[in-house]
Write a protein that binds this ligand. Structure first.
Ligand SMILES: [Zn+2]
Length: 425
């Protein structure tokens, strides 16, 4: 495709200048939504503090919080005043009414499916996991698995499925969150699957779908290390390599909601074959199937049909730990490619923090001192310190929590924002 030549001569009359920001962008969100989100983020907060934080009059906050209390979304909680416990009237703070809504979050992966149920304040009520056979599935089978898991986790929580206000689902691959469309995923046989609509039809509940790495970033943003950070990256290393990027306290998604596919950025021209069908992707050097491919070749192991990739990798790791030079070189090579990927993230985005997350993070060769030194060498030499790297070897439960945060934000947006395309946070 030829690039379009644009000539700006300014001869077409007065069209205005400055960015054309459509109405109802973040800064223009309805005040009652901003009040609700401030209360949710604070946990417990007095009205006067909400007014101060949002820079609005206490009278406006009183009116809006009365509406939110009448709607059953927030509640007054008595909290003892500092210094005069037992004397006088207790101070009143506002908090989210936890029982107002319950949502489910699910992570569908190549090894197992995980689910959680949380209340409206984000507290965990129940969780469950079902194993699965590896490989892509037809949509009907995925829907069966989703329904089975949801019924089980609801039973654990002691609630009916109809008590839920929404479900968030995370899948690996290319996902358009606005349309609920999975364009490609390693867990689905077909491309361009309208998973949100299909799951809504099956479950009779509102469903949001997102890329699983975005949901880990969302989990860090809602519950973890990223709550107070404006800009940070989460790089996930599992069956594939993913990235979620938070920009100005929001998940960055790109113009077609397909951005941040770090795993498919190219680190080698005409390089190793990737699951996506292209060559030289970072994922083809770092993900578990890449390590397994190297292991079966280099160590002359036969990869039996149905053999667990986890067992194979554990064995490779044990060999590396025991000093097997070939096994060590496989991890070290993957670590060097990871360093290339991370240095590109630093050079492009200058994040405040990079969190490495996922099962594979148990394999400490991937983030050994040599890997970090290599990353330092490849990041631009600005004289400033590079961003800190944190390792979060949390399991699928965290990912499912992120999916629950997606559902929670869809529910609160639906209740508080005027009808418009929902931009999940
Ligand atoms: Zn690829």
């Amino acid at each position: 495709m030829q690039p379009r030549m644009v000539r700006e001569d300014g001869s077409e009359g007065r069209k205005g200048v400055g960015p054309l920001i459509p109405p109802l962008q973040d800064s223009l969100r309805p005040l009652r939504q901003q009040v609700f989100e401030r209360v949710r983020a604070a946990g417990l907060i007095p009205r006067v503090q909400v007014a101060k934080d949002l820079g609005v009059s206490p009278a406006s906050v009183t009116t809006l919080t009365s509406e939110l209390i009448d709607a059953g979304l927030i509640e007054e909680v008595a909290s003892p005043r500092d210094g005069d416990a037992g004397r006088g009237r207790p101070a009143v703070a506002l908090g989210v009414r936890a029982a107002a809504h319950r949502v489910a979050g699910m992570k569908l992966s190549d090894r197992e499916h995980t689910a959680v149920i949380v209340d409206f304040a984000g507290n965990l009520i129940a969780d469950d996991v079902i194993p699965r056979r590896p490989g892509p599935m037809p949509l009907a089978e995925i829907l069966d698995a989703i329904e089975t898991l949801l019924n089980r986790v609801c039973a654990k929580a002691g609630i009916a499925r109809s008590d839920l206000s929404g479900v968030g689902i995370g899948v690996p691959g290319f996902v358009d969150v606005a349309e609920g469309m999975v364009l490609w995923s390693s867990v689905l046989l077909d491309r361009a699957v309208p998973l949100a609509a299909a799951a809504e039809g099956r479950l009779g509940l509102p469903v949001s779908v997102d890329n699983d790495a975005n949901l880990v970033a969302l989990a860090e943003l809602w519950f973890g290390a990223g709550r107070a950070l404006a800009d940070f990256a989460v790089v996930t290393i599992e069956h594939g390599v993913g990235m979620g990027f938070v920009m100005n306290h929001r998940i960055y998604r790109g113009s077609q909601r397909l951005g941040m596919e770090l795993g498919h950025t190219k680190v080698q021209l005409d390089g190793a074959l990737c699951r996506c069908g292209q060559r030289g992707c970072l994922e083809a050097y770092v993900a578990d199937y890449a390590l397994a491919r190297e292991a079966t070749t280099a160590l002359n192991w036969s990869h039996k049909e149905g053999q667990s990739i986890t067992v194979l990798l554990e064995s490779l790791y044990d060999h590396a730990k025991a000093g097997n030079a070939t096994a060590r070189s496989i991890f070290r090579r993957a670590g060097r490619y990871l360093a290339v990927g991370l240095s590109n993230v630093i050079n492009l985005f200058d994040p405040a923090l990079i969190i490495l997350s996922g099962e594979r993070m148990r394999y400490d060769y991937l983030y050994a001192a040599e890997t970090l030194a290599e990353m330092d060498n490849l990041a631009i030499n600005s004289g400033r310190p590079r961003p800190p790297i944190e390792i979060h070897a949390w399991g699928d439960l965290l990912w499912a929590h992120g999916a629950a945060a997606l559902a929670l934000s869809a529910v609160s947006e639906g209740l508080l924002a005027p009808a418009r395309e929902i931009a999940a946070q």
